[in-house]
Design a protein around this ligand. Structure first.
Ligand code: HEM
Length: 385
């Protein structure tokens, strides 16, 4: 943990002496000018949202139940707490992490495809965190959720890191939409059906429609990333969550060795029947906007320049992570959205801006077609046991 004796306040200065491991001399300060919109961004965004929706409507016709345009399949839902570390240096004491506090959280574990597939197919896994009851001004004036969502996946970058690249990749991805599960399992190729191209993260550029998948490992041992940047109070950051306690750390890289299309849920439920878990939430601050851009989320922010620094702990006690009531609540009632955010954690860059419309369209359709009211939780007790 941080030693308060060596903490320097960043509040009154643009820079301060590096005095502890991981702390750098200067950090880029947030200002609206760090973002740059293309002149035709609205047009591209509309095309992305329309194409995602069209594919989701096809999925609805097939299943007569609306799922998410992306991350359709959940693998467990967790109840826990986020505890802000009490002695953070000033530069990390920002927004939600501005003072020591503890908040209840809900976490939905998922796979990125918009279609429900076998867990034997490797794919990008999601870790969506909803922090409940966070005080402070909101990123969007019409967002009255009062919650802070962090949507994380187990890769640090997205190869299609701005809207133009994303639209092009979506169009290529559509061509792969009809590959059957069996073929995907045999080839180790990752599905991106229903058009969500996040699943293609591990595929070599410039051929995102075919390639070998990433290893299929235990979801609870993964490290999860925001991929894109967000405002971190006075600064800019990417956020990540890494296994901290021994029982989850030992699961890192452990291959899935059980049969079954729902094996990830089984593994999560089995783990939490007897075990607690802790993950560390970390911020990687931007030190140079030219090498750590916000408008191209395909660029890996070098850890040699700026390491991921611990800011809070996520703790989950043993629990029934896979009850039917919980799954239905998380899949059909809940909406996670990077724009459920404090102004201090405003999502940044075009890949974040497109998500404002994309998530709204997906969640509206899902709730309307399933005739399920959209309810944003105000209390952790709303999560079924
Ligand atoms: C920057 C990188 C991104 C990350 C880390 C990310 C992560 C996630 C995660 C973890 C979820 C699951 C949330 C849940 O459990 O409910 C999700 C859902 C979703 N994502 Fe993304 N995503 C990214 C970019 C995008 C982009 C660029 C689009 C579309 C243009 C998109 C569209 C969606 C949609 C439509 C949903 C479902 C929303 C709902 O119906 O509730 N995502 N994403």
């Amino acid at each position: 943990m941080w030693s308060t004796a060596v903490v320097h306040s960043a509040e009154n200065s643009q820079s301060y002496a590096a005095s502890m491991e991981g702390i750098r001399e200067t950090y880029v300060r947030y200002a609206p000018g760090v973002e740059h919109r293309r002149a035709d961004e609205d047009e591209i965004v509309a095309k992305i949202v329309d194409e995602l929706h069209a594919l989701n409507a096809v999925a609805y016709d097939k299943h007569q139940h609306a799922t998410r345009d992306a991350h359709a399949k959940s693998h467990g839902v967790l109840r826990g707490d986020l505890t802000v570390y009490p002695d953070l240096p000033g530069v990390l004491r920002q927004g939600l992490f501005g003072q020591p506090a503890s908040y209840p959280v809900m976490v939905r574990l998922s796979t990125a495809a918009g279609e429900i597939r076998s867990d034997q197919i490797a794919g990008l896994r999601g870790f969506a965190v909803k922090v409940l009851g966070v005080p402070g001004p909101r990123a969007l004036p019409d967002d009255d959720t009062g919650n802070q969502d962090f949507l994380l996946v187990n890769k640090p970058t997205i190869p299609f890191g701005h809207v133009e690249a994303y639209l092009a990749a979506m169009r290529l991805a559509k061509k792969q939409a009809k590959v059957p599960d069996a073929a995907l399992k045999v080839a180790g190729v990752v599905a991106r059906t229903a058009g969500h191209v996040l699943d293609a993260v591990q595929l070599p550029k410039p051929a995102p429609v075919a390639g070998l998948g990433m290893p299929n490992t235990h979801i609870l041992g993964e490290t999860f990333h925001s991929m894109a940047a967000l405002r971190y109070g006075d600064y800019l950051a990417k956020i990540s969550a890494a296994p901290l306690s021994e029982p989850v750390r030992t699961l890192t890289g452990v291959p899935i060795d059980r049969d079954g299309d729902g094996v990830l849920r089984e593994l999560v439920v089995d783990f939490f029947r007897d075990n607690a878990a802790e993950y560390e939430l970390r911020a990687q601050l931007c030190t140079d906007i030219s090498t750590m851009p916000v408008e191209d989320a395909s660029v890996l922010w070098p850890e040699s320049e700026s390491p991921h620094l611990p800011i809070a702990k996520l703790s989950f006690p043993p629990q029934d992570a896979g009850s039917a009531a919980r799954r239905v609540y998380a899949d059909d009632v809940l909406s996670f959205n990077p724009w459920h955010a404090l102004a201090a954690h405003r999502p940044l860059g075009s890949i974040m801006r497109v998500r404002r419309q994309a998530y709204e369209a997906s969640t509206s359709f899902r709730h309307a077609m399933n005739a399920v009211p959209r309810v944003e939780p105000r209390s952790i007790e709303e999560l079924p046991g």
